[in-house]
Design a protein around this ligand. Structure first.
Ligand SMILES: [Ca+2]
Length: 301
């Protein structure tokens, strides 16, 4: 018995001298589970990482009709035709027509599929030019955050380009009203932030216009956090007043080239409480004691 214990000790600790306690320790009656120190350390690290991991990055792509999405709304305000609207037209207009009257386009997208506590890292709105008035080339357009709710119905004349809109339905957004016959804008032509959240050049027919900026990201972040404040943007050019500086963009009713909003997010910061330091230290010492005890028993087996 003693010689066997001595052999085990020499095998487990080459060069060390056994004590009397080592040589007279009882033989173990069972086998301990096989686990190494690195493995137990890995378990500790995994435990710590588990509580600090947050949701991975996500990309959301919104387009009317894609993957069942129906959250886009868009229409046109017609300055010279306050009884007309354009919610059902395949395009939305912005700029100044040849009779010097204005067109302004409204657009919004339901973002409720994004978790309210997500962190928005970027937002990008893409639209395609369907027609370009006067062929005057690029026009700068700004997206201005709208300050109040507005309505979109189905006003449209079949097979008509839509430049004059169609008779407004009750609740449609028009030049004077956020909701036709129900609620007026504070200022005819829409209530919106004076500063544009983003600007972009719109080219000729078929050109894609991309708005992307920190201001646009901030707008989307605010709407993700508070969906009730999501009234979308009004599309306005600083060149309003210059005749024939006007463009028509494909709307969410178009068969092709519908508006697309792409939003990228990160998961919210971890809301779980980190493991208290004293608990980490306690766990460390327990593992250390266990390991030392395990090593002692191992050489006995
Ligand atoms: Ca529409």
């Amino acid at each position: 018995m003693e010689s066997e214990l001595l052999a085990r000790f020499v095998a487990s600790r080459p060069g060390a001298s056994p004590t009397q306690e080592d040589l007279h320790a009882p033989m173990p009656m069972f086998s301990l589970p096989t686990m190494t120190a690195p493995r137990s350390a890995s378990l500790l690290v995994a435990l710590l990482l588990t509580v600090s991991t947050s949701t991975p990055a996500e990309t959301y792509r919104f387009e009317q009709g894609a993957d069942g999405y129906t959250g886009f709304r868009d229409t046109t305000l017609f300055q010279d035709l306050p009884g007309n609207a354009g919610g059902g037209i395949d395009g939305i207009f912005s700029g100044t027509i040849r009779t010097s009257f204005l067109r302004r386009a409204l657009i919004s997208a339901d973002l409720s599929s994004i978790p309210a506590d997500a962190v928005v890292t970027s937002a990008r709105l893409e639209m395609v030019v369907e027609r370009s008035g006067g062929n005057f080339g690029d026009i700068v357009y700004g997206l201005h955050r709208i300050q109040r709710a507005w309505g979109e119905g189905n006003a449209a004349i079949p097979d008509d380009p839509g430049g004059l809109g169609a008779t407004a339905e009750i609740g449609d957004a028009t030049w004077n009203d956020a909701f036709f016959t129900q609620e007026s804008w504070s200022t005819p032509g829409g209530d919106f932030e004076t500063a544009a959240s983003a600007t972009a050049n719109a080219g000729q027919q078929g050109a894609t216009v991309t708005w992307e900026s920190p201001g646009l990201t901030a707008d989307v972040q605010a709407w993700v956090n508070n969906p009730a404040s999501n009234f979308g943007w009004i599309i306005i050019t600083p060149e309003e007043g210059i005749i024939q500086r006007v463009k028509k963009f494909f709307s969410s009713e178009a068969q092709v080239n519908r508006p697309v909003l792409v939003v990228e997010t990160e998961g919210p910061p971890s809301t779980e409480e980190p493991i208290p330091l004293h608990l980490v230290l306690l766990l460390f010492f327990v593992l250390r004691l266990w390991w030392r005890h395990f090593r002692f028993l191992t050489f006995l087996t």
